[in-house]
Design a protein around this ligand. Structure first.
Ligand code: SF4
Ligand code: SF4
Length: 227
């Protein structure tokens, strides 16, 4: 294609209008409605974003400092140090708790192996993947930043771009294997209670589009309490 032909294409396209949409328009703070120009699509419930450290309904931390998540992480971006729980003021219901907990988001590939490895549903992922850092310290999330707030929801850190609803599906409830694969597990609760939400109702299986909440299964009678 010669120069003139190329310019001809440009001129022809000039008047056709814009077909792409502005992704970043209408940025809203957490809890606020996005502007009408916001073109971001809702994320699927199981999207993998930045992590949270969860708490039980009574506010105890779920992490027991076992370091399994750090051991399984292929990117070696989790740093955990467990410590004995102080008897007078235990942080977790186990003998130990996560004394130090850090995730380096300059390395994390959001594979969720840490989430799968965790025996207590302590570490799970939110839907948030849009966050930008201006220094290395911000990219390394500390335990204080990863722990859910008093409402059981992820904290909104200054460099994170949360949209309404994105903080809703962050728990072990979403981590749990869907019952659709095994009929035996349909409509059975297989996760512990959590701060701010209690015990989540079971997910719908293949045959149940809108199941009513059911009691925890007999062999899981500690749901709502601690592991
Ligand atoms: S999601 Fe994967 S890469 Fe990221 S911290 Fe967990 S195990 Fe490591
Ligand atoms: S987050 Fe889970 S796997 Fe990691 S140290 Fe805590 S309890 Fe163990």
């Amino acid at each position: 294609m010669g120069y003139l032909e190329g310019f001809g294409v440009t001129l022809r396209k000039w008047g056709e209008g814009v077909t792409t949409k502005e992704y970043r328009a209408g940025k809203a703070k957490k809890g606020e409605a996005p502007a009408e120009t916001d073109q971001k699509r809702p994320k699927p419930p199981r999207a993998h974003g930045r992590h949270v450290l969860n708490k039980y309904e009574d506010g105890m931390e779920k992490c027991i400092g076992c370091e399994l998540c750090a051991g399984v992480c292929p990117a070696k971006c989790i740093y955990v140090r467990g410590a004995e729980n102080p008897p007078e003021e235990p942080k977790s219901p186990g003998e130990r708790f996560g004394f130090v907990y850090e995730i380096n988001y300059l390395r994390c590939i959001h594979c969720d192996l840490c989430v799968e490895a965790c025996p207590t549903e302590a570490i799970t992922e939110t839907k948030l993947f849009e966050f930008s850092f201006t220094n290395r310290d911000d990219a390394i999330y500390t335990k204080d930043e990863l722990l859910v707030g008093e409402d059981g929801k992820p904290q909104n850190l200054p460099w994170e771009d949360w949209r309404p609803g994105e903080d809703q599906f962050t728990s072990g409830w979403m981590r749990a294997t869907a019952p659709a694969g095994r009929a035996d597990y349909e409509n059975r609760v297989a996760w512990s209670g959590e701060l701010g939400y209690g015990v989540r109702a079971p997910e719908a299986g293949q045959e149940h589009e809108d199941p009513a909440p059911v009691e925890a299964a007999d062999d899981h009678d500690d749901h709502g309490g601690h592991h």
